[in-house]
Ligand binder design. Structure first.
Ligand code: ADP
Length: 361
């Protein structure tokens, strides 16, 4: 029964203060770090840059090759870790060398990989990507071990979450495992963020357990079954998704930012103006940062503002995972100020001094 888990959104729409006092408190708070469990996919992207995309039967010579760690689950876990979260990933890799490399890279990012399974005799997920000079691409994905992520692998980790924590998941792993994770997190009273990507139909039971649903425009259209055309279209889509049970809907709008809707409140939180270079993975960075902000109990609008900033920085850089900004960079953009960073990308001075002075004057 879906309503058993229904509770109001914990953060609620707050007033977006220019200087984000909630953020300042959490930046400087000695309390334990927020905990985020990401359940999702991990792939290795194998990319060949070519002058033109090969047609069927054609061989295109002269390209350059590189690999990158990818998959929505891994991308979002890395984005959340860099944004300051304490992050664990529950995923499934093969027992091949790509799996070894991925695991080492995630651990180097500070992601807890204790919940990453290795499936014997199975290949890790791979995306084969051609990119031409105009940035057009053509992609084939072999999910490999991602397809073996089963409910029994995800539920124990999700059940360890406390009400302070956040489950973040997407749709690149089997729907039964997404549902199992969401049920367990919801039973534990943790907040649940579902990034419904790639788009597919979803049962109402799942949507009714979601605290914050984060489609992009195309995914919102598909899920809500309405056309998104201007603010009314967005509102129609968001309302339809709220009616289906999500407690809050955040539709990402590319450079325009994100549209936020709850039962009580609707508005567009504008994006940050940057010179975009590569928007790959912008949604993943947005979701990772949003999870961190919500785990820190930022009001939803402030959390979306924080996520917009993280994602805006990421589009100024190449790739997905490597483009994820560190927390101090996000804070610096929010402040319109460049903070000095240490080697770990942490701010060597906090915003507390001025903020405290203002608040306690
Ligand atoms: P997806 O990558 O899933 O398709 P979007 O394109 O909506 O999602 O982008 C996700 C978020 O990334 C946006 O809500 C916004 O915060 C940020 N973003 C994307 N493109 C830009 C851009 N050109 N300039 C600034 N921010 C951007």
């Amino acid at each position: 029964m879906a309503c058993r888990h229904r509770r109001s959104y914990t953060g609620g729409p707050g007033r977006l203060s220019r200087r984000l006092p909630v953020l300042h408190e959490t930046v400087t708070s000695p309390a334990r770090s927020p905990r985020i469990v990401v359940v999702g996919s991990s792939n290795t992207d194998m990319v060949v840059r070519v002058s033109s995309l090969p047609r069927p039967g054609e061989t295109v010579i002269g390209g350059t090759f590189f690999t990158a760690h990818g998959g929505k689950g891994a991308n979002q876990a890395v984005a959340a870790a860099r944004a300051g979260g304490t992050v664990a990933l529950i995923a499934c890799l093969g027992d091949d060398s790509l799996g070894d490399e991925t695991l080492a890279a995630l651990a180097a990012e500070g992601v807890d990989v204790g919940g990453v399974r290795r499936a014997a005799g199975t290949r890790s997920g791979v995306a084969l990507i051609f990119v031409d000079q105009r940035g057009e691409n053509s992609i084939a994905v072999a999910p490999g071990a991602n397809a073996l992520l089963a409910p029994e692998h995800v539920a124990p980790g999700a059940a360890l979450l406390s009400p302070r924590d956040v489950l973040l998941t997407q749709l690149e792993t089997p729907l039964e495992s997404v549902l199992a994770a969401v049920r367990a997190a919801s039973d534990a009273d943790a907040q649940v963020i579902l990034n419904p990507a790639p788009a597919r139909d979803l049962p109402d039971e799942l949507l009714a357990l979601v605290s914050v649903l984060t489609p992009n425009e195309a995914e919102a259209v598909r899920l809500a079954g309405v056309s998104v055309d201007g603010e009314h279209g967005l509102e129609d889509a968001a309302m339809a998704l709220l009616r289906r049970g999500a407690r809050a809907v955040v539709i990402t709008l590319g450079a325009a930012g994100a549209y936020v809707a709850t039962a009580e409140h609707r508005e567009t939180i504008p994006g940050h103006r940057v010179e975009a270079r590569d928007t790959t993975g912008a949604g993943d960075v947005f979701n990772g940062a949003l999870a961190v902000a919500l785990a820190e109990r930022m009001p939803l609008r402030d959390a979306v503002h924080f996520a917009n900033a993280a994602a805006a920085i990421s589009v100024t850089r190449d790739g997905a995972q490597p483009a994820s900004p560190r927390r101090a960079e996000i804070l610096a953009l929010l402040e319109g100020d460049q903070l000095p960073l240490d080697d770990a990308g942490r701010a060597t001075q906090s915003f507390q001094s001025t903020e405290h002075a203002e608040r306690h004057a």
